[in-house]
Ligand binder design. Sequence first.
Ligand SMILES: Cc1c2[nH]c(c1CCC(=O)O)Cc1[nH]c(c(CCC(=O)O)c1C)Cc1[nH]c(c(CCC(=O)O)c1C)Cc1[nH]c(c(C)c1CCC(=O)O)C2
Length: 348
Amino acid sequence: MGTAAGPAADSDLVRATRGLPVSRTPVWFMRQAGRSLPEYRALREGTAMLQACQDPDLVTEITMQPVRRHGVDAAILFSDIVLPLVVAGVDIEIKPGVGPVIASPIRTVADVDALPALEPDRLDFLATAVRRLVAELGATPLIGFAGAPFTLATYLIEGGPSKEHARTKAFMYAEPAAWQRLLERLAVSAATFLRVQVDAGASAVQLFDSWAGVLSAADYAGRVLPHSRAVFDGLARPEVPKVHFGVGTGELLPLIGDAGADVVGVDWRVPLDEAARRVGPGYSLQGNLDPAVLLADRETVDREVRRIVEQGKAARGHVFNLGHGVLPDTDPGVLTHVVELVHELTAR
Ligand SMILES: Cc1c2[nH]c(c1CCC(=O)O)Cc1[nH]c(c(CCC(=O)O)c1C)Cc1[nH]c(c(CCC(=O)O)c1C)Cc1[nH]c(c(C)c1CCC(=O)O)C2
């Protein structure tokens, strides 16, 4: 269990998650590996997304690409939030330009009980990929991740991507006992998925609850948050830095840290100084450049990066990131520029 050991344990990324002094503000980008990179598109040619995620050679190479190209301060494992479901045997496909599509969505209480469990011994490919990556990355930390129970439940119940998440909410209200069982099961598999990554050497983890922002604070607190907390508790690695992220979570920010996170991920809707007030003093912040700004002119990019670096000083620690994933049309040169600019602005 090589978690807190190794050269990455004292990296700026890990230090920022704890609010310790850093040599400069660490930067990485959600979806830094992916379609914005020509070398990614070349490597992925002919291999389905969910196949690629289970091939340790491809996972290692794709994860390394943005680290080499941009000089980011962390790698994020190339995988997907639906992978634990796929490995457990759920019939899922990732349709390019659409997202995860489920062959038989969960619509009844019986469907919940039929959901297969994730067997940890099916995750050898994941441990292999993480071990190789940690060896190759040296002092650069690897961030492991999992999808939070709520966001995974939205895909399972809707059958695919959705804006309103109306079926999900209807199920949550109409079948509270089955809802609780579903989220409990998803929490167990997310914790297993994270533990394999941490035990193979990942330096930090991020829990993606991308769609939690569609909920009221009361429903989030009562029906979702306990299950996200169960993921972090179930991971049972208190020393590992934990990032908790969702989109549109402005009203939920005071609760998001409560799940047991060290770092709260913030999208672009709430400035980081205001976010720091909402989460309270015990947390670092991650974010929050609007990914669409990267499609604008260089002056706008620079102005926004400077603003975020300034506002980030209100937090105990700041990990610079986007407010959501890199858009596929992004010029990778702009990403490299943002890394250089953040480093330049924050060098101590
Ligand atoms: C909601 C969600 C998913 N997957 C993920 C989330 C949470 C983060 C978020 O809110 O964006 C998480 C994820 N998915 C992927 C990563 C890799 C690491 C990284 O950030 O670089 C991570 C962290 C790779 C991926 N996951 C996916 C791609 C694109 C697939 C491809 O390249 O063909 C990548 C690089 C596919 C995917 N998978 C999912 C979607 C919505 C899509 C996009 C579909 C599309 O637009 O084509 C589900």
